[in-house]
Design a protein around this ligand. Structure first.
Ligand code: GDP
Length: 547
């Protein structure tokens, strides 16, 4: 890690030229923003912690987990998370490695919170896919990879848990290629596994990295032996080396050589083998992210593509989270910077509201604490205090009217009607649901006719979180009941009259979501199809973008 080099320190560059295009370009170039995608239990939390250890952001293993459980203990609604041992909340960690600024966006692994994960993935430039090598490709991996593919996000793959009995590595690659439809370029190759795990062979560097178990210190280094034909290796592991040479020959013949362009296009993934819990292979992953993963690139907005090195600041909100810090009882809007330089206290324009806001108490997310942001560049995530006026997908700029596109909402698959035990609390209920709807914790639909609100979710656990938060944060004891609704579609049309007629004719099943978009709540697949046929001038959408 070379953070001692004064050339690279931010203070120095500021003194040298201030807000110059050159400074912005340099800061953008050294940023890497990525998320980890994995099926629960593959080792995401463990790997996150090791990445932070390597970067020096934390000193001790166990910190990430401890932090998580610390949050459980102090935050009521997180009880659910604790009970189920899953991670509801995502967070952001920024750290330095080899003079690069790395932003790691954490994602909830449980599929019931996948909506949140999908949106987090719109804010990353690359993704790290963690696979349990004993299990191979699992359900959640497939879904998340599909989301990455929407934007051709480059993927680095880590095959984890080689210290256990795993599946045959060639078979694993084959599965990745056939199930995930992504080319694999092995970069390291395992030598043995389980009790006989000896290390990995680096195919590009022709080096062998020897495995040693159970180390948890930050700057642990593993012994490196140069050259696959090194006689020392033959002496040490005669059996494994014969096997390795055979496999390497196979791999070289059968798999794709690593190709940076293909990786950047999202077509090919470099594959690393290792063991997160033993710190083994983690440095290689970090190096791959620094050396190969893309710095922030241009982002699509209405009107035009915004380049990260443009001087004016722009960004969009991809996530809103409540109770980040129970001591504050606050909500924070997570904004990804897309261009320019953000400075504390600067005035930015909230483009949906057409209003200028002065953002002074902005936080960044260092691995160990929240800190005030002095400045931020494309790829960085900053947290804006949200007093109920920000929604997911909101864009900010220094004045230019544009909206970043591609932040999805997915049509919910599960529905509940809300009733409250105490009718005097109706106002609080509406306020709570409005806010939770804006946060994306649940989708809230208000039917045009008939009083009761309908909640929609992508996973049923979302309802439990909402019920618990309504109780704890708004003092509302809500009862969720089943409904006859089976699917929802957002409705749009250029023909305004058709929309009006549609609403008048089907008022019980036409509803508006928290952002004011019209939706059709269908009672069955047949009902949806018939309605679509009867209203040919309307379009029915299974996803909507924030606009
Ligand atoms: P997550 O659900 O993806 O965040 O997974 P965790 O990081 O919580 O890991 C799930 C389980 O796998 C935990 O019991 C870890 O200790 C274990 N685990 C993680 N990495 C390794 C590894 O490299 N080897 C072995 N044997 N176990 C691991």
């Amino acid at each position: 890690i070379d953070s001692s080099n004064p050339e690279n320190s931010v203070e120095n560059s500021e003194a040298a030229g201030g807000k110059t295009p050159a400074l912005i370009a340099r800061e953008v170039k050294r940023r890497r923003t990525f998320g980890i995608i994995s099926h629960p239990d593959a080792g995401k939390t463990t790997l996150t912690e090791k990445l932070l250890l390597f970067s020096g952001a934390i000193q001790m293993a166990g910190t990430v987990k401890a932090r998580k459980s610390g949050r459980h203990a102090t935050s009521d609604w997180m009880e659910i998370e604790k009970q189920r041992g899953i991670s509801v909340a995502s967070s952001v960690m920024q750290f330095e490695f080899r003079d690069h600024i790395i932003n790691l966006l954490d994602t909830p692994g449980h599929q019931d919170f996948s909506e949140d994960t999908y949106r987090v993935l719109t804010a990353v430039d690359s993704a790290l896919m963690v696979i349990d090598a004993a299990k191979g490709v699992e359900a959640q991996t497939i879904k998340l990879l599909d989301v990455c593919r929407m934007r051709n996000t480059p993927i680095v793959t880590f095959m984890n848990k080689l210290d256990r009995e795993c599946r045959d590595p060639l078979e694993l690659l084959d599965e990745l290629e056939s199930v995930l439809k992504i080319q694999c370029a092995p970069v390291t190759w395992p030598i043995g596994m389980g009790k006989n795990f000896r290390g990995v062979y680096h195919l590009l560097r022709d080096e062998i990295l020897l495995f040693r178990a159970g180390e948890e210190s930050a700057d642990q280094s593993f012994e490196v032996i140069k050259g696959i034909d090194n006689p020392r290796l033959q002496e040490m592991f005669p059996l494994e080396m014969d096997q390795l040479r055979m496999e390497v020959e196979l791999v070289n013949g059968a798999s794709h050589p690593f190709d940076l362009e293909e990786f950047l296009a999202g077509v090919q993934t470099p594959v690393f083998f290792g063991s997160a819990i033993n710190n083994f292979g983690v440095r290689e992953i970090l190096s791959a992210l620094v050396d190969w993963a893309p710095a922030p690139r241009g982002r699509d907005a209405t009107v035009r593509v915004v380049e990260p090195t443009e001087q004016p600041f722009t960004g969009f909100v991809f996530k809103i989270q409540a109770n980040m810090d129970p001591a504050h009882r606050d909500r924070i809007a997570f904004l990804r910077v897309c261009s320019g330089r953000f400075e504390r206290g600067m005035k930015v324009k909230h483009l949906r509201l057409g209003r200028e806001v002065k953002v002074s108490s902005v936080v960044t997310f260092m691995a160990s604490s929240r800190e005030q942001v002095e400045e931020a560049y494309a790829g960085d995530i900053i947290g804006l205090p949200n007093h109920g006026n920000m929604q997911i997908g909101d864009s900010f700029s220094e004045g230019e009217a544009l909206t970043f596109t591609g932040i999805p909402y997915f049509a919910p698959d599960f529905f509940r009607q809300v009733r409250i035990r105490n009718p005097l609390k109706i106002k609080q209920l509406h306020k709570g649901l409005q806010q939770l709807g804006e946060e994306g914790a649940v989708q809230v639909f208000k039917p045009v006719q008939g009083g009761e609100l309908v909640l929609g979710a992508v996973g049923v656990l979302q309802f439990e979180v909402v019920a618990s938060r309504l109780m704890n944060e708004y003092g509302v004891d809500a009862v969720f009941e089943g409904t006859s609704i089976s699917s929802a579609r957002w409705v749009s049309s250029d023909d305004k009259k058709s929309l009006v007629d549609f609403e008048a004719a089907l008022g019980h099943n036409v509803a508006y979501d928290a952002a004011g978009n019209m939706a059709y709540l269908a009672t069955s697949g047949v009902n949806l199809r018939l309605t679509q046929e009867r209203w040919p001038k309307l379009q029915f959408h299974a996803t909507r973008e924030h606009a």
